[in-house]
Every structure is written in structure tokens, then in C-alpha cells.
Design a binder for this molecule. Structure first.
Ligand code: CTP
Length: 429
């Protein structure tokens, strides 16, 4: 069964997982930023906010912090040691910087590269796209100085949304009203869409979830895999601009938006769907494939022998056959082998040693290893993994121990490592 990934609207596809840095300057329209933050987060974006001193006269840090779900950055914070580099870090850790409301003052300071507070220092240090939602009195907007500044900023690559025509706070009417929240969201989506993601042009095949191997029409062999990690990886690859095929065993996880999802039940079906998904630049096998299947699945329900006189406790011996190893198959050298094949290793003991052995045995390039003892990991939202990368020749694999983090963060970090390892934009066929 195939579906194109319909969860969420177009905004949700474009904004999911994107990191937005919102600079709230001092204008009456600052109140609209509270709704903007809410809308962006509803669509799956991460929102960090810088509140200028003037902005704090219109909205409180507490409101901003509560809606953003994280600490707000202010000039007071900028005085502490920790945030000495905040203006560099904030820009680096964002996909887009949005200035709203952008007053005549902040536009002028941006134009001239003035860096006298956290907001303007961040803006001059940011190498990310900048979107400005201007808001000011009509006469200020139409003043030649503001017009010059706008033209200069546009020439520098800054995008603008609004301002709109309409009643202004001072009782006048004309151009100067900040664009409405849906317009700003749409403009953010447009700017982000125009930026190629780090995996743009790459095709990624991901397996996820368990497989169910039928014993008879009502029973199967399966396992506890939730599919959360594999689905999070597929979503993160799509967010990074990759063309993603997700081959998923039975899970309760929704098909990620923007991902071509192929639903399968058995290991044999999963292998066939993977082979159909080739060629791919990258294959990531996160599925917990059942190692065995019933050698002869029955067409009818297997009946328990009736207990009767002289009949003991009749057990049932099930003959099992080994399933194909999808990861090993995809790793086999040849023209169809993806350039980077990544597996998982679910281990209950000696995680590193067992994962290193698996890396060699399966012939893949990287293994993400995790411990599944005592029911940990399956179904959890967090994961503690080691990344093992194949060394040159017969050398020992490189090992990175990642901190405990959410499965979404593991996915984002994996995407980053892939982007570092493979240049994007290479043709697959
Ligand atoms: N895998 C696969 N096909 C299989 C079995 C496993 O593609 N038939 C993949 C998994 O998706 C994972 C990796 O191989 O990426 C390791 O899976 P794991 O269950 O940890 O290891 P097994 O190969 O099953 O070995 P063992 O159960 O002996 O630890």
C-alpha cells in the first residue's frame, strides 16, 4: 500500500523541524508576534526569540518565553558570560531570521551594519536568510530614508513581507501596518522553500517498524519495534530536502508528510519494496526485521488438539526459515549499492563490540547501535546511541557516543552527519 504522506498541510511540511529565530523589535504590532510564535510551533517549527529592549516595552519576556517554550534572549542575558557568543550561536543555529515588527529604527541599523545590541549583532553575524516584516507610521515608511534603507536591504538579499495598507495605531490610515500572521508564515515558507536543504538532490531509502511473519491467518511472529526512530529519520531527511522512500512495517506511526511511504508486512515484502525503491544515494535500515518466518504458514487457523482422555499436553513445534537480510542485501557491492548504507544494531549487551561485528558482517558503512535491555528504547521517545563508522581497509571502526536525546534529535544529528559525509545534489540514476 502506497501513500504520499498526507499528514499536516503544506505549511507543516515546509516548517516541520525548521529553526526560526524571531527578533521582536519595539512596535505596537509586537503583540502579533505572540500569535506568530504559536502558529509556527503548531506547524512543527522550533522558535527562538530575541526581544529587544524596545520590544520588551510592548510584550513581556514571560509571554514570549511561554509561547516559544524556551528562554527568550534579551540584552540583559547578553551581558552574562554564557551569552557572549549568543549573537554568533543564535544565527548559526537558525534556518531563517525573522524581524517582526521591523521598525524604521531597526531597519536603519540593519542597513548600516550597526551592532549595538543583541538583535543587531545577531543580524550582522547571521549567514542565514533574513525576512523583515516592517511596521511603522505611513510617513515614516514613505520617508526617503526608509525607502533607501529598504532598497539597500533588498539589494543585500533581505526579503520583505508587508507592510499592508490600513488603519494605524495613531488613528491614521495608509501603508505601515505589519503583515498579518498568515502572511508572515507564508513568507517564511517561501523563503525557506527557496533554500536548498543539506540533502537536496539526494534520494534516501529508509526502512522502519517491525515485520509481521504469518503463522496462520490470525497469528504472526513479530517484535516490539514502534517505528518511531525510522519514521523520525525519514521525516528529517525529507525536511533536509531529500527525496525519501519509507518502507514501513506495521506501526501506529503516521506516514510523515512529504515522504513516499510504502507499507509492508513481511520481510520478503520489505526487501521487494526496497529493491523497487533503488537506485538511492543512501539507505538507512532502521526496521526491526524478523530474523525468521514460519517455514510453512498455514492457510487455516491452526487448531489446538482437543483435550481428552489419554491425551497429554500437546505442544506445537513451529518450523522456522531464515528471512533475507535486507541491510546485508542492500550493502552488497554492485552498481545498485547506495553510496552510503546505514544500519542499526539493537543489542542487549556489549553494545560496541557487537555493533562492530555487525558492521563488518553486514558490509554496511555506518551502524547506529543502541541498547535494548530491560524494554528500553522500543516505544520510547528517547534514544542513546553510538555511531560506528567503517574505518579505511580493515581498520577498527570510528566510534562516536551520542548523548541521550530524543529520537527526533537522533534523526536530525544523523542527517547532519550524512550531509557532512556526502555532498548533495548528485544524480542517483
Ligand atoms: N536487518 C535487516 N534484515 C534482517 C535483519 C536485520 O535489514 N533480516 C537490519 C536491521 O534493520 C538493522 C540491522 O540489520 O539495521 C541489525 O539488526 P539487528 O536486529 O540488530 O541484528 P540482526 O542482524 O537481526 O542480528 P542479531 O539478531 O543476531 O543481533
Amino acid at each position: 500500500m502506497r501513500d504520499a504522506g498526507s499528514e499536516g498541510g503544506a505549511d507543516a511540511v515546509a516548517l516541520r523541524g525548521r529553526r526560526i529565530l524571531l527578533v521582536i523589535a519595539g512596535g505596537i504590532a509586537a503583540y502579533k508576534c505572540l500569535d506568530l510564535i504559536r502558529r509556527l510551533r503548531e506547524n512543527g517549527a522550533h522558535v527562538r526569540c530575541i526581544l529587544t529592549a524596545a520590544g520588551a516595552a510592548f510584550v513581556t519576556p514571560l509571554s514570549v518565553e511561554t509561547l516559544a517554550g524556551q528562554a527568550v534572549y534579551t540584552d540583559t542575558l547578553a551581558l552574562t558570560g554564557e551569552s557572549e557568543i549568543a549573537h554568533i550561536k543564535l544565527g548559526q543555529e537558525a534556518d531563517i531570521v525573522v524581524v517582526a515588527p521591523a521598525t524604521a529604527d531597526i531597519m536603519a541599523r540593519m542597513t548600516h551594519g550597526i551592532a549595538d545590541d543583541l538583535a543587531t549583532s545577531t543580524l550582522i553575524a547571521a549567514d542565514k536568510p533574513v525576512l523583515v516584516a516592517s511596521a511603522m507610521n505611513t510617513r515614516m515608511w514613505q520617508h526617503p530614508a526608509t525607502e533607501r534603507n529598504r532598497a539597500r536591504l533588498e539589494a543585500d538579499g533581505v526579503s520583505f513581507v508587508g507592510p499592508n495598507d490600513g488603519p494605524l495605531a495613531e488613528g491614521e490610515s495608509g501603508p505601515g501596518r505589519m503583515a498579518e500572521v498568515p502572511e508572515i508564515v507564508a513568507a517564511i515558507v517561501d523563503v525557506l522553500d527557496a533554500q536548498p536543504g543539506p540533502l537536496a538532490g539526494l534520494r534516501v531509502l529508509v526502512t522502519s517498524g517491525p515485520t509481521y511473519e504469518p503463522i496462520d491467518p490470525v497469528r504472526f511472529l513479530g517484535n516490539r519495534s514502534s517505528g518511531k526512530q525510522g519514521h523520525a529519520i525519514a521525516a528529517a531527511c525529507a525536511d533536509a530536502g531529500a527525496d525519501v522512500v519509507l518502507v514501513s512495517g506495521p506501526t501506529a506511526e503516521a506516514a510523515p508528510a512529504g515522504v513516499e511511504t510504502v507499507r509492508v508486512e513481511t520481510a520478503a515484502e520489505m526487501l521487494a519494496a526496497c529493491e523497487e525503491g533503488l537506485p538511492a544515494d543512501i539507505a538507512i535500515c532502521a526496521a526491526a526485521v524478523s530474523d525468521w518466518r514460519a517455514a510453512a504458514p498455514q492457510d487455516q487457523k491452526i487448531k489446538k488438539p482437543r483435550r481428552g482422555k489419554g491425551r497429554g499436553d500437546a505442544g506445537l513445534t513451529l518450523e522456522l526459515a531464515e528471512n533475507p537480510d535486507i541491510l546485508a542485501t542492500l550493502s552488497t557491492p554492485g552498481p545498485k549499492r547506495p553510496r552510503l548504507v546505514i544500519g542499526f544494531a539493537a543489542e542487549t549487551e556489549d553494545v560496541e563490540a557487537n555493533a562492530a561485528a555487525k558492521l563488518a558482517a553486514k558490509g554496511c558503512d555506518w551502524i547506529l547501535a543502541n541498547k535494548v535491555a530491560e524494554g528500553a528504547v522500543f516505544g520510547d521517545d528517547e534514544n542513546l546511541v553510538h555511531l560506528l563508522t567503517r574505518g579505511a581497509g580493515d581498520g577498527a571502526p570510528g566510534v562516536e557516543q551520542w548523548l541521550r536525546m530524543s529520537k527526533a534529535e537522533v534523526a536530525a544529528r544523523l542527517v547532519q552527519r550524512i550531509a557532512d559525509a556526502l555532498p548533495s545534489g548528485t544524480e542517483t540514476a
